[in-house]
Each structure stands twice: as C-alpha cells, then as structure tokens.
Design a protein around this ligand. Structure first.
Ligand code: ADP
Ligand code: MG
Length: 231
C-alpha cells in the first residue's frame, strides 16, 4: 500500500526514476533490509542525523537528477565524527552543483555504515516485453563490469530458484568464504531475491530495478543503494 503510494506519486510527477530516499520506502514496505537513513538539507541537519544514527556514517548526494552518485564525487564513506560529516556535506553538495549545474540538490542522505568486511553483491531485474521480469544476480561494486559474472532467472522466483541463481555465478566460492572466512548469510540473499521477484510482479510499471550494492556478511544483508526505473 505504502509502496503503491510512493510509485504513484513519482509517476504523477512524470518521473522515470524514484528518488533514492523514496525508493527506500518501497523497500521497507516489502520488509527489505535498508540501512538507517536520514535526509539532511543542511550541514547542521547532517550532523544531527549522524549523531542520531551513530558514527561512522556515509553521506550521499540527494538529487533527483543524479542517479550515479559516485560519478560526481557524491558518496563519502566512513565519516567518523561531526566535523567529517560537516566537511563532507559542503564538499559533496558543492561538487555536485559544479558538475551538474542543472540539477536540483535536495541535500545529502546520511546513512548508517555497513560493518567492515561485507561483500558487495548486485540484485536487479529488467522487464522483458515477452518474458516478463528477468532477475539478475552477481558480484557487485567495482567487480560487476569487469568480471561480467552474472546469472539470470525469470520471475517468479521461489526458494529453490533463488538458491540456484546464487550458485550459478563463478564467484560463488567467494561468498562461501575462502581461507577460513565465514560464509555469507545465503538465506538473507535468497530472501532479497524472492522479494524482488514479488516487487517486479506487483508493479508492472517498474521497468528496471537495481540494488547495487547489497552488502552482506555472515550475519545479515542490507540494501545500501537502490535504483527504481519507471516506464
Ligand atoms: P552510486 O552507485 O550511486 O555511486 P552507492 O550508494 O552505491 O552510490 O555508493 C557507492 C559505494 O559506496 C557502494 O558501492 C559501496 O561500496 C559504498 N557504500 C554505499 N553505501 C554504503 C553503506 N551504507 N555502508 C558501507 N558502504 C557503502
Ligand atoms: Mg550503487
């Protein structure tokens, strides 16, 4: 219901992308794990949000026109104290304004930092006119373009499909852990895959969605970045 409201609102504005802060609402409505996040319109608000969330935090540019945030230097991780947050806020917003003068800058998202040692994976789907939603799973972050180690499955995904798509990638062993590392929480990844398949079937107007990265360790998985594209 909440998810429907968010999608409808984005569409009524004629947007083809749901802004990140709103997209997180959609994820929460589906019980998907998202990091604690606040929207700050000033450096004071950013510090207040970080104090509340607890350090270290991540700051990300918040602008409906900027969806690839790192491209404009729009993400700073591991900010350890109020001063670092304040500086990052000025830095990120000033740089974004300079690089994208046409963009409306709402401020910055202040986000809980995922624990060290998480692995980055990518979970997404693209809607095929003929076959419907095609789910995608792979190693995320900087590796996804280089390794092209991605597996696909058509929706709907059940538990066995989710297990299967995870095992299909070549980097599966990395997720199982090497040299005495603990395996990641596979069930948490399966849950996200299955839920994304449900989301894809519930909202035909979503043509594409991408969680990149999902940060996962032995305990849990969290969706640290989300892009939802509408028709
Ligand atoms: P974009 O993809 O728009 O450039 P992201 O939100 O994906 O921006 O952030 C870029 C990178 O920063 C991620 O791939 C991840 O490595 C790191 N990152 C983002 N959010 C977090 C977080 N909450 N905790 C830890 N690392 C993060
Ligand atoms: Mg990303």
């Amino acid at each position: 219901q909440k998810a429907r409201l968010v999608i409808n609102e984005a569409r009524s504005k004629g947007a083809t992308e749901v802004v990140e802060f709103q997209a997180q609402e959609v994820l929460r409505a589906y019980n998907l794990p998202t990091p604690n996040t606040g929207l700050a319109r000033s450096s004071d608000e950013a510090v207040a949000a970080a104090d509340k969330i607890g350090y270290p935090v991540v700051l990300k540019i918040a602008s409906p026109q900027i969806s690839h945030k790192s491209d404009v230097g729009g993400v700073k991780v591991n900010l350890a104290d109020a001063e670092a947050v304040r500086n990052a806020f000025f830095d990120i917003t000033a740089r974004a304004q300079r690089m994208r003068p046409e963009a409306y800058i709402a401020g910055c998202l202040v986000q809980e930092m995922a624990p060290k040692g998480c692995k980055e994976i990518i979970i997404g789907f693209k809607r095929d006119d003929q076959f419907g939603p095609l789910l995608m799973f792979g190693l995320g972050g900087i590796y996804v373009e280089i390794l092209k180690d991605i597996a696909f499955r058509l929706a709907p995904l059940g538990r066995d499909d989710a297990k299967g798509i995870i095992r299909e990638i070549k980097s599966y062993m990395l997720l199982k852990g090497v040299r005495g590392e603990q395996p990641v929480n596979f069930q948490a990844i399966e849950d996200i895959l299955i839920t994304m398949s449900e989301l894809a079937l519930d909202f035909p107007e979503i043509v594409e969605a991408e969680f990149n990265p999902v940060l996962v360790n032995a305990e849990k998985a969290v969706v640290a970045d989300v892009r939802i594209t509408l028709s």
